[in-house]
Every structure is written in structure tokens, then in C-alpha cells.
Design a protein around this ligand. Structure first.
Ligand code: GTP
Ligand code: MG
Length: 448
């Protein structure tokens, strides 16, 4: 029998029976409270707003303490998120509070991607929780849940309308986090302007389809106050770390030459409304909404992306095992396909390379043949030349031999010729023509 059928049958068979005496399970709510108190609570706030809008001051004012944190400059190249966790204790209740604040938001010339680091941060916290949930040995009770429970969106007190950066960012965040918009430094705007500004912001949020967090009205005990407070959104707040003596009480306030703004005075600003709604009345609802709405949406999209479904195409329940196996088979099929593709590609590449090598080899052979032919021709030419030179040399030798022969014959005849010349010389000397006889005359010999 299917689990659903069994459950239906159990439900149908369920009867109400009276108890004869006190059993004790009426202490279950107390048990739950005690367990929760001993475990402690965690709450994570994200403050999104331009640099210097009073984010840190408001956190200090809300929790009545001084958290660490240096002011940032307006020269950040991009938006970053700075996260700090603190352990707080009030009566016997422990709270692990994480404050995440944007750094450099609204300081860049191009603000197109300013929302991205914020979205990525929120998703990263959901992903970490999902990974913990999917572990075989999960320890969710001691896991430090870093999912953002409330996003305080700080709006500059311009008195005009929302900046496009604010609208785009809130639109990108509204399906991921509980957005509570607040008008920061509201002491910088007059009462009548503030009322108009609130109306303008609300209408802009509605016309742009931005879903802000609505305080729940389904619980009777808080329905009325939450309903009233929903109409006051966005809260106009003032923060201060300065304490001023008013009457005989020390109060957080901001002092100006013309007067004092009391943070906790509801006639001066909505700080008390924000604290009531955020901490004293709806903290648990914010935690629950984060888990049941925003995380659930993230988880669903992520699991669907991974191939998990609740029902198969025939509307039958899909088992985890079947889904896993189907996904595994799909993955193996894809892997095989990829492997085959890679093999084909490899074979193709080898073929191409082989053809390239063959072509190169052919070219090399042709080049070799050409060179060989050239070499042979050159060799033949040289041999012909050598032959010619040999013939010339032989002819020369023959001529030389003949010349030597003639010379030797000539030298014998040369002796009588010299004598004849000496005689002529003497005759010339006598006749005074010696000066005309050349100095190197001795070397003139008749050789033939
Ligand atoms: P970064 O962290 O540097 O982005 O600034 P921040 O948003 O944390 O602002 P921070 O709290 O450091 O305040 C910046 C300045 O604004 C300080 O001088 C505060 O005293 C002043 N400030 C804070 N809250 C208010 C407020 O409600 N009204 C007015 N007028 N000034 C405020
Ligand atoms: Mg700060």
C-alpha cells in the first residue's frame, strides 16, 4: 500500500476521545520554549544603502550597543558585503546576531551591476544551508544559519522619488529576502515633505511590482498592530549613538542648534515602530518567512535544475531513488555521447594530421628529387668542364714541351748574337751614341 493511502486511512480512522485525567502533554509548548531558549536564536540582518546613510548608527541604536565598524570611503571600485557576527544576551535569551552591510553601494559611476554582489551573497547563504541539508550526516541543529532574515533597505531622504538604483536593487532582491524599506536620516526632511515622500515611495514600489515584506495579520494577537504598521511603511528613522538628558532621563537623540530630535519619540520619527516590528513582534515571522518562502523557492529552483521533480509526467509521485537513477542514466548517456564525440574528434584530428604529414612528405620527396637532378646536372657540367680543362692542360703541356725544346735550341744560337751586339755597342760608343743605349739593355736577348 502506498504511503499516501496509509496516511489517508489513518486520518479517516482518527477519533476524538476524552481523557479521564491529566496526562501532561499540555506542557509541550513549554518544552518547546525551554528547548529553544537553551539552544539560543540566530537573526541575520542585511543593511543595504548608500555609503554614509546611517546604517551602522541605526544598528547601534536598535540593539542599544556599539558594534565595531569603520566608516567607508566613497572611492570603492565596486560593491562588497561586510559581515560581522555578535553574541548578545538579554535576560536568559541568547541571540547570535549577524549584521551584513553593503560597502561602496551607490558610489560607482556605472551602477548597473551594483545589485549583483548582494544577490550573490544571499544565494551563497541559501546554497550553504542546502548543502548542509543534503549531507548524509547533517547537523542542522548546531549549524550556524547565515541566511538573511531581514533586509533593511535605506532610502536617502531626498523628498523626491526613489532612485532607479533603489528600484532595480529592491526588484532583484524581493523574491530572495524580506525587504523592509526605511527612510534614513529622516530628520533631514520636513514633516509635510515626509508624508508626501512616503506616499510617492509606496506608489513607485507598487507600480514597479516590488514586493516588500508585509507584517503578518493572520495571528490574531498581532493582527491589529501589524495591519496598522503596514500602512506606515516605509518607516522614517533617525539613528544616534549620542545620549542627551531630557527631563531627568538620558535618551538617544540628535542635537541641533534649533532643537533636539529624540530617536525614541514617535512624534519625531518611526524608530520605535521599526524596533517593535523588527525585533519585538515579528522577528520569528521574519525567520519563518525566510525558511518557508525564500529558501523554499531557492531550494525548489535548485533541485529542479538538478533534475528532481515531485511527480512524473503521469502525475505519479516521483521517488528520490528513481529520480537519482534517471538523472544518473541521463548523465552517463551524456558522458558516453561526449566521449564518442571526443573520440570522433580525435580520429578526425589524427586523419587531418596524417594527411598534413603525407603532404609534407610528398613535398620533401619532390624537393629531394629536384635537388638530386640539379646536383646531377651540376656534376655533369663539372665533369665536362674538367674534361675540357684536362684537354687544355694536355695541349698546354704539349705546347710547353715544344717551347722548351725551341728554347734550348734558341739558347745555342743566342751566343753568336750577343757577340754581334757588343761589337755594335762599341761602334756606337765610339760614335758618341752611348747615351741612347738603354740601361737594361743587357736583358734583351733573342730567345727564338
Ligand atoms: P558606511 O558604513 O560608511 O557606509 O556609513 P553608514 O551608512 O554606516 O553611516 P554611519 O552610521 O557611519 O553614519 C554616517 C554619518 O551620518 C555619521 O556622521 C552619523 O552621525 C550620521 N547619521 C547617522 N544616522 C543619522 C540620522 O538619522 N540623521 C542624521 N542627520 N545623521 C545621521
Ligand atoms: Mg557603516
Amino acid at each position: 500500500m502506498a504511503a499516501a493511502d496509509i496516511a489517508r486511512q489513518v486520518g479517516e480512522d482518527c477519533r476524538t476521545v476524552p481523557l479521564a485525567g491529566h496526562v501532561g502533554f499540555d506542557s509541550l509548548p513549554d518544552q518547546l520554549v525551554n528547548k529553544s531558549v537553551s539552544q539560543g536564536f540566530c537573526f541575520n540582518i542585511l543593511c543595504v544603502g548608500e555609503t554614509g546613510l546611517g546604517k551602522s548608527t541605526l544598528m547601534d541604536t536598535l540593539f542599544n550597543t556599539k558594534f565595531e565598524g569603520e566608516p567607508t570611503t566613497h572611492t570603492q571600485p565596486g560593491v562588497q558585503l561586510r559581515s560581522s557576527t555578535y553574541d548578545l544576551q538579554e535576560s536568559n535569551v541568547g541571540l547570535k546576531l549577524t549584521i551584513v552591510s553593503t560597502v561602496g553601494f551607490g558610489d560607482q559611476i556605472n551602477k548597473e551591476d551594483s545589485y549583483k554582489p548582494i544577490v550573490e551573497f544571499i544565494d551563497a547563504q541559501f546554497e550553504a544551508y542546502l548543502q548542509e541539508e543534503l549531507k548524509i550526516r547533517r547537523v542542522l541543529h548546531s549549524y550556524h544559519d547565515s541566511r538573511i532574515h531581514a533586509c533593511l533597505y535605506f532610502i536617502a531622504p531626498t523628498g523626491h522619488s526613489l532612485k532607479s538604483l533603489d528600484l532595480v536593487t529592491m526588484k532583484k532582491l524581493d523574491s530572495k529576502v524580506n525587504i523592509i524599506p526605511i527612510i534614513a536620516k529622516s530628520d533631514a526632511i520636513s514633516k509635510s515633505e515626509l508624508a508626501k515622500f512616503k506616499i510617492k515611495i509606496t506608489s513607485e514600489l507598487v507600480s514597479n511590482g516590488v514586493q516588500i515584506y508585509q507584517f503578518p495579520t493572520d495571528d490574531e494577537s498581532v493582527a491589529e498592530i501589524n495591519g496598522t504598521m503596514n500602512a506606515h511603511l516605509p518607516f522614517a528613522v533617525v539613528g544616534s549613538t549620542e545620549e542627551v538628558k531630557i527631563g531627568n532621563k538620558m535618551m538617544r537623540a540628535r542635537q541641533y542648534p534649533w532643537g533636539t530630535v529624540q530617536v525614541e519619540n514617535e512624534a519625531h520619527c518611526d524608530f520605535v515602530k521599526l524596533r517593535e516590528m523588527l525585533i519585538r513582534i515579528n522577528m520569528e515571522d521574519l525567520r519563518e518567512q525566510t525558511h518557508a518562502r525564500h529558501y523554499e523557492l531557492y531550494r525548489r529552483c535548485k533541485l529542479e535544475e538538478m533534475g528532481f521533480k515531485d511527480t512524473d509526467p503521469d502525475s505519479k509521485p516521483f521517488s528520490l531513488q528513481e529520480t537519482y537513477e534517471a538523472k544518473r542514466n541521463e548523465f552517463l548517456g551524456e558522458l558516453q555521447k561526449k566521449e564518442e564525440e571526443m573520440r570522433q574528434m580525435f580520429v578526425q584530428r589524427v586523419k587531418e594530421k596524417e594527411a598534413e604529414l603525407k603532404e609534407a612528405e610528398k613535398e620533401l620527396h619532390e624537393k629531394f628529387d629536384r635537388l638530386k637532378k640539379l646536383h646531377q646536372e651540376e656534376k655533369k657540367k663539372l665533369e665536362d668542364k674538367k674534361k675540357c680543362l684536362d684537354e687544355e692542360m694536355n695541349a698546354f703541356k704539349q705546347r710547353k714541351a715544344a717551347a722548351e725544346l725551341l728554347q734550348s735550341q734558341g739558347s745555342q744560337a743566342g751566343g753568336s748574337q750577343t757577340l754581334k751586339r757588343d761589337k755594335e755597342k762599341k761602334n756606337w760608343q765610339r760614335s758618341g751614341f752611348d747615351a741612347y743605349w738603354p740601361a737594361d739593355r743587357g736583358k734583351y736577348r733573342v730567345t727564338m
